[in-house]
Design a protein around this ligand. Structure first.
Ligand code: G1P
Length: 293
C-alpha cells in the first residue's frame, strides 16, 4: 500500500516580471484566465486529485493570494443581502476548509528547488504534488489526478511530460528516456535546460509533479545548477534508480501562462469550452481572423 497523496506545494514566490506592469501591485498567480485566477485553477486541479492540504511558497507582495482563499465576510453578506445567490454559491463552492492552506516564505529567490525545500516541514514524510500555477492544463481528467493514478500504481515519482521542438529544450527540464509503456516513460536521467545539441530527448517536464519526500535531503545540499539556481530537476535526478520514476505523457493541452502568447491562447481555449461564452468567442474570433490584415 502506497501512502495516500494528500499534500500539494504551490511555488508562488516569482516576481512575474514578464507581465509588468500588470503584476506591479498584484501577484502574477492572480491573473485571470476567463474569470478565475491561475492560482485557483491549480488548487481546484489538486483538489480533484484528492489533495486537501496545501502549502503556498510565497514572497513579498503576495498577500492577495492568501486573501483569495479566505472567506470574504463583507462581500458574502452584501451578496446575501442583495439576493445574488449564484455569485454567493460560487464563492462558497470554492471556499477552503479552515486550516487547509498554509504558507511559507521563500525569503530569497534561489530557484525552484529552494522554493520546494522551504516547504520541507509541511512535506514531512509524505508524498506530495507540485503544481506550478503558470502552467495551465486543459484536459478531460485533471492532470494531477492523472499523475496520482500512476503514483498509486507505482509508488514512485511521476512528472507530467510533453514533447517540445528541439530548439526549445533550453527552457525546460528534459528527460533521458528508458522503457516506454503506453503513456508511461521510464526516467533514466534528467537535465535542466540543456542546449538542443546536448538534450537527451525532446521530452520536457511541465509544471506538474508527484514526488516522494526523499527529494528533500538532496535539495538540502543547495547545489547550484542551471542559471546558478537550486534546481528541483537536479535533486530529482539523484533519486533515479533508487525508486520508481516515470514521466507521464498526460492527456490534455498545456498552456504556458508565464508567456504572453501562451496566456492569450489559454484565454481562447478556456473560453471555448465554456457554454456561456463559446458562441460569442467563436463569432468574434472569425471576425478578427478574417477581417484584420
Ligand atoms: C521550471 C522547471 C523546469 C520545467 C518548467 C515547466 O522551469 O525548472 O524543469 O520544465 O518549470 O514549466 P521555469 O519555467 O521555472 O524556468
Amino acid at each position: 500500500m502506497v501512502k495516500p497523496l494528500r499534500k500539494a506545494v504551490l511555488p508562488v514566490a516569482g516576481l512575474g516580471t514578464r507581465f509588468l506592469p500588470a503584476t506591479k501591485a498584484m501577484p502574477k498567480e492572480m491573473l485571470p484566465v476567463v474569470d478565475k485566477p491561475l492560482i485557483q485553477y491549480a488548487v481546484d486541479e489538486a483538489r480533484a486529485a484528492g489533495i486537501d492540504q496545501f502549502c503556498m511558497v510565497t514572497g513579498r507582495g503576495k498577500t492577495a493570494l492568501i486573501d483569495h482563499f479566505d472567506i470574504a465576510f463583507e462581500l458574502e453578506a452584501t451578496l446575501a443581502e442583495r439576493g445574488k445567490r449564484e455569485a454567493l454559491a460560487l464563492l462558497r463552492e470554492e471556499a477552503m476548509p479552515p486550516g487547509s492552506i498554509t504558507t511559507v516564505r521563500q525569503q530569497v529567490p534561489l530557484g525552484l528547488g529552494h522554493a520546494i525545500w522551504c516547504a520541507r516541514s509541511f512535506i514531512g514524510d509524505d508524498p506530495f504534488a507540485i503544481l506550478l500555477p503558470d502552467d495551465l492544463v486543459l484536459s478531460q481528467m485533471p492532470c494531477t489526478a492523472q499523475l496520482a493514478k500512476v503514483y498509486n500504481e507505482t509508488g514512485g515519482n511521476v512528472v507530467a511530460i510533453s514533447e517540445v521542438p528541439r530548439e526549445q529544450t533550453n527552457r525546460y527540464g528534459i528527460l533521458k528516456t528508458g522503457k516506454v509503456e503506453g503513456d508511461r516513460v521510464e526516467v533514466l536521467g534528467l537535465v535542466e535546460k540543456p542546449k538542443p545539441e546536448d538534450a537527451p530527448s525532446n521530452f520536457s517536464i511541465i509544471g506538474r509533479y508527484v514526488l516522494l519526500p526523499e527529494v528533500i535531503p538532496f535539495l538540502s545540499r543547495m547545489e547550484a545548477g542551471a542559471g546558478n539556481e537550486v534546481q528541483l530537476t537536479d535533486a530529482m535526478a539523484k533519486m533515479i534508480g533508487k525508486m520508481p520514476f516515470h514521466g507521464l505523457k498526460f492527456e490534455g493541452q498545456r498552456f504556458d501562462c508565464g508567456d504572453k502568447a501562451g496566456f492569450l491562447e489559454a484565454q481562447i481555449a478556456f473560453s471555448l469550452v465554456r457554454p456561456d461564452l463559446s458562441p460569442a468567442v467563436r463569432e468574434f474570433l472569425k471576425k478578427y481572423v478574417t477581417e484584420q490584415p
